[in-house]
Design a protein around this ligand. Structure first.
Ligand SMILES: [Zn+2]
Length: 214
């Protein structure tokens, strides 16, 4: 789609929001004018197919969302930037009691993790995926023989688990975990069938959250 068509579609969308959605929820938007009290931080990939508020069936003010390529959360010491600032804000100011790191099927970043040469000519992406090298190392250690879809599935899981560990290196997260004020969960959203699998906090094994969508 050319930029003019894209802009036109998006502008019509804003007009529809202003004409239909906003008036229907005017009280809510007005109440949110100066404050937010989200119930959770949702950390997911920048992929256009993930619609957090549609998937979670939440509305304005409910979910504090952070998105990065591959839902990667750099370790605190490795990369002080927007992600670190978001985590700090969610912990110290918004004081959310739940963080969900949500990976997904068919993730471009996971494919690059599987075959780093796909990122040739993209130095920023190559640099970024180093925050998930732990997942690659685990795959090579535990399943050196898998290829194709199976390899991507393991890497998708290990990537989420690696990011949960990376999150724990953030001081604000660690201290609130310690005091029992925070829970963190790892999910994988299946774009094709709508299912969500959750990592068991103890074993790290992914299990269906709500059963398959019919
Ligand atoms: Zn992705």
């Amino acid at each position: 789609m050319k930029s003019r068509e894209a802009l036109s579609k998006i502008t019509r969308g804003v007009a529809k929001f202003q004409a239909e959605v906003y008036p229907a929820q005017r009280k809510l938007f007005e109440a949110l004018k100066y404050r937010q009290e989200p119930i959770a931080m949702f950390f997911t990939c920048a992929d256009s197919r993930i619609l957090p508020n549609v998937l979670l069936q939440t509305g304005a003010g409910e979910i504090f969302t952070e998105r990065t390529p591959g839902n990667i959360v750099p370790k605190y010491s490795d990369h002080v930037g927007g992600v670190t600032a978001s985590v700090e804000y969610a912990m110290m100011v918004l004081r959310v009691s739940l963080i969900i790191v949500c990976g997904h099927t068919d993730c471009g970043v996971v494919k690059v993790l599987a075959e780093p040469e796909q990122a040739n000519g993209m130095p920023a992406l190559q640099n970024w995926i180093r925050h998930s090298f732990g997942s690659r190392e685990r795959l090579l250690r535990e399943h050196p023989e898998v290829y194709g879809e199976e390899k991507l599935q393991f890497l998708t899981e290990y990537n989420v688990l690696t990011q949960l560990e990376n999150l724990k290196t953030h001081p604000a997260v660690a201290s609130r975990l310690l005091s029992g004020e925070l829970e963190i969960r790892g999910w994988i959203y299946d774009i094709g069938d709508g299912s969500v699998r959750e990592a068991d906090p103890e074993s790290g094994r992914f299990e269906m959250l709500n059963g398959l969508v019919k």
